[in-house]
Design a protein. Structure first.
Length: 294
């Protein structure tokens, strides 16, 4: 079993400038993200520049992703579906086999999005299979609920069951993290045990739940009761996360999704991320040490 790499998310549009600055901190993988669209990006040229920036260092591109709504295709999402297609077609140039993003959703309850999801991602999954690519859906609600939302249906395990039944392809799965489940007060550990075989990529983002606030004010009051956190500062034991991933045969990456922590942000952003790298590497067991030969 290969070592699970620890990396970070980088904007695809800023990668060439930022990679030389952050590589020395010990990142082992990079996930490139493109917002809602890739229409203004020459992906072939970017792939070459990214490879040049990485050089001979043992760093992989773990995924490339677009995070708009491909089911509606309106407003800022008009190019999202075409961007999924472009990223699938260009993934091999980046040396990755994973394209990630939101499923999108139609207005109204999640149930009403499944038919359109099957139509769009039925075709995209075939395109991905033809090119040896897997599609991973981030489990972020973007402030949506079961009843309504504008971005993504893949934030609840019941929705996952409906999605994977509608498109029964081995080339679609999840880009999972404990944070988004904890925001919904879901315990991520039993969920991870159940769904590990469908997890293609992991985001390194945690959460802190203020149970004292919930007990006093509930979840509909004026007080915040949960915060996104950088790994090492939240409630999750990532040793458990990594152990379950390994037991499930996961050999991918954990890529830190920064710029969310309420404390380690702004001038302290990279301080928090570098702490997270060290923490996550310790949680996976530290440096690999070969066994003595017999």
């Amino acid at each position: 079993m290969e070592q699970i790499r620890i990396g970070t998310l980088v904007s695809g549009r800023k990668a060439v400038r930022e990679l030389p600055q952050i590589i020395p901190y010990g990142f082992e993988s990079i996930a490139l993200t493109f917002g809602e669209s890739t229409h203004d990006v020459n992906l072939s040229e970017l792939a070459k520049e990214v490879k040049e920036a990485i050089g001979e260092k043992d760093i992989v591109i773990s995924s490339i992703g677009v995070f708009g709504n491909p089911l509606t295709g309106v407003g800022i999402h008009t190019d999202t579906l075409a961007s999924w297609e472009r990223l699938i077609d260009h993934a091999h140039e980046f040396g990755t086999g994973i394209v990630a993003g939101f499923t999108g959703r139609l207005p109204g309850v999640i149930d009403g999005s499944i038919k359109k999801f099957a139509e769009v991602f039925g075709e995209l999954s075939k395109r991905a299979e033809d090119r040896g690519v897997r599609l991973a859906f981030e489990n972020c609600s973007k402030h949506g609920s079961w009843q309504d939302g504008d971005w993504n249906i893949a934030h609840n395990p019941t929705a996952w069951e409906m999605m994977f039944e509608a498109v029964p392809s081995e080339h679609i799965g999840l880009q999972w993290e404990p944070c988004h489940q904890m925001l919904a007060l879901i315990d991520p550990i039993p969920q991870l045990r159940k769904w590990v075989s469908k997890i293609f990529n992991v985001h390194g983002k945690d959460a802190t739940i203020a149970w004292d606030v919930i007990r006093e004010y509930g979840i509909h009051g004026p007080k915040e009761y949960v915060w996104h956190r950088t790994p090492g500062f939240g409630d999750t034991n990532w040793t458990d996360i990594i152990s379950i991933l390994r037991q499930g045969g996961y050999e991918g990456t954990i890529d830190i999704e920064g710029f969310h922590d309420p404390v380690y942000r702004n001038d302290w952003e990279m301080t928090g991320q570098v702490h997270a790298i060290s923490y996550l590497k310790k949680c996976r067991g530290g440096l690999f040490v070969p066994n003595p030969t017999s």
